[in-house]
Design a binder for this molecule. Sequence first.
Ligand SMILES: [Zn+2]
Length: 418
Amino acid sequence: MSVRQQLLDWIEEERDEIVAFLQGFVQAASPNPPGDTLEAVGHIRQFLDGNDISYRIIDPQPTMPNVVASFDAPGKGRHLVLNGHIDVFPVGTDPKAEGWTQDPWGGDISDGKIYGRGVADMKAGTAASIWTYALLSRVQDKLSGKLTLTCVSDEETFGPWGARYLMEHHPEVHGDCCLNGEPSSPYSVRFGEKGPLWIKITVRTEGGHGAYTHSTQSATRIAAKLIGDLGALEDLEPETPDNVRQALGEGSETADRAMGAGAGAILPKVTLNIGTIQGGLKTNMIPGECTFDADIRLPVGVTKEYVVGEFEKIISTCPEATWEEINFSPPSYCDPYGEMMGILQQNVEELRGFKPQPIVSLGGTDARLWRQRDIPAYVYGPFPHGMGTYDEHVDIEDFLHIVRTHVLSAHDYLTGGE
Ligand SMILES: [Zn+2]
């Protein structure tokens, strides 16, 4: 029997254990904020201990530990890193009022779906990484190179204690390629992501009595005009690299399918969201201050300098306005037609009969940290049903498909393709 077939047989035989592992993982609540992942990490440790798999805990912040495991196969080869996060979005104090019909921390199964906060983003994907590591450990004598598992905390708030800490202080987790199971839908593989640039703008004027409009300018009216003018940022033309332009063109329909109609059209564009706005004290007063936050998303091919330059041109028309950057992460990408992309596409075609398309994510993932170091990083995970909202769930068949795809693809990468 081939090693690939052996791996698939194990997934079939241990299907119940794989699903039960994910259920227990969801039940071990790890909302961030506050980001305490000790219980969920305990669940991973119990599994690794039970399978005699050695690992390290790296916890620069004691309530946010990271789990790292590595094995060297006997043959010389490349180093593949599996990465997933353990923390998840929070749930409000009254889940029912938010629309939850299932217990967000119950991990209940109904109609072939597992429900719970974080099951799609991204405990199913992290569970796939953990099982990939466990199953490949059993056949490590038949592989070449090195496999590393990194399960990290502190992803959801872009915190410093998870993957960022590992990448900065533990270069042994860099590797030659990274595979991540963040939600993507089975129809797409993510080779890049847009970069958020957050700016806080403050408009100040004298302010005054609401009837004395001749005496001072209104900070809120200036802000409203500025917000309208900032819309011009969405018309900027990015200098998209040729291979990315080709992939985004080919993947536009797939992006609509994975992220909703219209997603394909904005992947190569700058987008603007005014996330918050505050101004004024009272109906009959002219506001002397108005602040708002702009959430600008940069596509691949647009630099921060370029966008900030255009932003400054607009803002400079308004001497009453000042601004400060509050967050930035550059857009990231790797080769949309790279080796791991080909391996993933081939395995999905073999398992499901279709070829997932290379596309870029709208949101951010830790995969960017590898790409920023010129290490190719690809994301292939389940469909994000209810992500960030109520009744988050994953189809069990989708989850098992992600497990199979990650297991076979890691195997193929560590054997140079068989
Ligand atoms: Zn995530």
